[in-house]
Design a protein around this ligand. Structure first.
Ligand SMILES: Nc1ncnc2c1ncn2[C@@H]1O[C@H](COP(=O)(O)OP(=O)(O)OP(=O)(O)O)[C@@H](O)[C@H]1O
Length: 252
């Protein structure tokens, strides 16, 4: 009799190898990341948590190729980012990464559908395909009925959902979120982190989220505890038993 085949191990999609980073301010040089080595897997939401100033945003910026390392390497989707020139790095980010920030970064004059469509033109999609993807992404974050509204007509949580749809519509392999819930109340923060979690699961995206909000911990697949530029803990949190209100699981 055939044995059922074991489900494949999630693939490692993003690696930091002995990454160090320092900043100089006046006469003082401070090391912000100390020789960090990490592996992140596709299909998982990894949360980096830790106190203010411990180096979370710097780590996210380095892992996403926005900043370079002083020493060590970042290998993203098998590509060593340190060997890419500026142009190649920009192409890599355009085609493989999505970003969500604390401040939403939306254009005041554009409605939700236009916000999501705009960056897709840089990917060379036809207007028809861009519109299809933008609509699908907005539906996925629960904003189908509100895609004609401008930022001034949306709540903070809805604005962040537009920002997530904008990142998602690019179909990125790697999705980076820097404090995506810190401008939101607790209920909206949970909705946002659960959407990010669901994107990881349903699209196989590697989602890396940086936050100092301890309420998000139970919503991640993996939590890295950071202090003073070092990862001090790496754990799988206990799953939450109650679903987040306001967001339904997709049927497929
Ligand atoms: N471009 C820069 N120039 C000088 N110092 C910097 C620069 N970027 C970050 N730092 C310093 O590096 C340290 C870590 O900053 P970082 O923003 O990575 O921390 P964080 O954990 O994300 O903090 P927070 O939770 O407050 O956002 C801080 O002391 C910060 O002042």
């Amino acid at each position: 009799m055939n044995q059922p085949s074991p489900s494949p191990a999630p693939s490692i999609s993003l690696q930091a190898r002995n990454v160090s980073k320092s900043f100089t301010s006046g006469a003082v040089r401070a090391t912000v990341l100390h020789d960090l080595t990490l592996d992140m897997r596709a299909g998982e939401l990894t949360l980096i948590s830790g106190p203010s100033g411990c180096g979370k945003s710097t780590l996210l910026a380095i892992l996403s190729g926005l900043q370079g390392t002083d020493s060590g390497h970042v290998i993203a989707l098998g590509q060593d980012l340190s060997v890419l020139d500026k142009r190649a790095l920009e192409r890599f980010r355009l085609h493989h990464t999505g970003f969500v920030f604390q401040g939403f970064n939306l254009f005041p004059a554009l409605n939700a559908l236009e916000q999501v469509e705009l960056p897709l033109s840089y990917l060379g999609l036809t207007p028809v395909e861009a519109r299809r993807r933008a609509r699908a992404s907005l539906e996925e974050v629960g904003l189908g009925p509100r895609m004609g509204l401008r930022p001034s007509e949306l709540s903070g949580g809805e604005k962040q959902r537009v920002a997530i749809a904008r990142a998602l519509a690019k179909e990125p392999d790697l999705l980076f979120a820097d404090e995506p819930t810190s401008a939101l109340d607790s209920a909206n923060g949970q909705i946002i982190i659960d959407i990010l979690h669901r994107i990881a699961r349903t699209h196989g995206t590697t989602v890396l989220c940086v936050s100092h909000d301890p309420r998000l911990v139970g919503h991640a697949d993996r939590v890295l505890g950071m202090e003073d530029g070092r990862i001090l803990s790496d754990r799988v949190p206990s799953p939450l038993s109650t679903p987040t209100p306001g967001i339904e699981e997709p049927s497929a």
